[in-house]
Design a protein around this ligand. Structure first.
Ligand code: BGC
Length: 247
């Protein structure tokens, strides 16, 4: 089956039809910069543009970088605060005329990795973390997601973890890979103390450059880069929508 996946981020909104059997994009992805300010109406306009670009009429899976419950955003760390309390799912449905499922971006990336990537067939406790503008998290127990975890906002040294160890901070503070990896390692150590995972999967743009930072990490649990790389959000959103609308 082919489902349109859309990944909403702080800097770009990307979409592509996804072949959900293969877990791969069925066409080149289309990207539009995130409108600034990223208010609901403007973002919905971009989502509609992506749907139109692919002349899409079927189900759409869409990620959002916030806690999402029944289509409603409950947080807005790296997007406009006017999102809080907005039913984005309904808004996108009205704008596009397509059935839409809205879900947290890291949960979507986790789905993609558990189905087609590094978490395939893995039982036990798996934690997926996406290191990008923020830090997103998804935790799976025997393949089943506990949705909307927000480990990126765990406090470390008096700060949100994502304000110390995200890729945005690495770039902004011009940290060396080693220095940044030490911060990531501290964060992972805290996660291990609390959840004793069997596997960590690290996604986001940095997953491609894992040779630069993975060797500095000292987790007890196995730790691997994501395999679906930058497309995890798009692929996972499409997969989640397929399962949701099949029911
Ligand atoms: C948000 C999460 C999101 C993560 C990655 C965090 O700031 O609170 O909901 O998953 O960024 O985008």
């Amino acid at each position: 089956m082919t489902v349109l996946g859309i990944d909403i981020g702080g800097s770009g909104i990307k979409g592509a039809p996804v072949d959900t059997q293969q877990g791969a994009l069925a066409a080149d992805r289309y990207r539009i910069p995130t409108p600034q300010p990223s208010v609901p109406k403007a973002v919905a306009g971009v989502v509609a543009q992506i749907v139109q670009h692919f002349e899409w009429q079927g189900p759409v899976g869409c990620t959002f970088p916030a806690v999402i419950k029944n289509g409603v955003a409950f947080s807005a760390a790296n997007v406009d605060k006017r999102w809080i309390g907005t039913n984005g799912q309904q808004l996108f449905q009205e704008k596009t005329g397509c059935p839409v499922l809205l879900l947290n971006d890291a949960d979507a990336a986790g789905f993609a990795e558990m189905e087609y990537g590094a978490g395939r067939g893995r039982k036990g406790v798996v934690i997926m973390l996406t290191l990008g503008t923020g830090i997103g998290s998804a935790i799976f127990v025997d393949g089943k997601l506990v949705p909307n975890t927000e480990f990126g906002h765990m406090e470390i040294r008096g700060k949100d973890a994502e304000d110390r160890a995200s890729d945005r901070v690495r770039k902004g503070e011009e940290l060396t890979w080693k220095k940044w990896a030490r911060r990531v390692d501290e964060f992972l150590g805290r996660m291990e103390a609390l959840f004793s995972p069997d596997l960590f999967i690290i996604g986001g743009g940095v997953s491609k450059k894992h040779d630069k930072w993975l060797p500095y990490l000292n987790t007890r649990a196995e730790i691997v880069p994501a395999q679906t790389l930058n497309e995890a959000g798009i692929i996972g959103a499409a997969l989640a929508a397929q399962q949701h609308f099949e029911k």
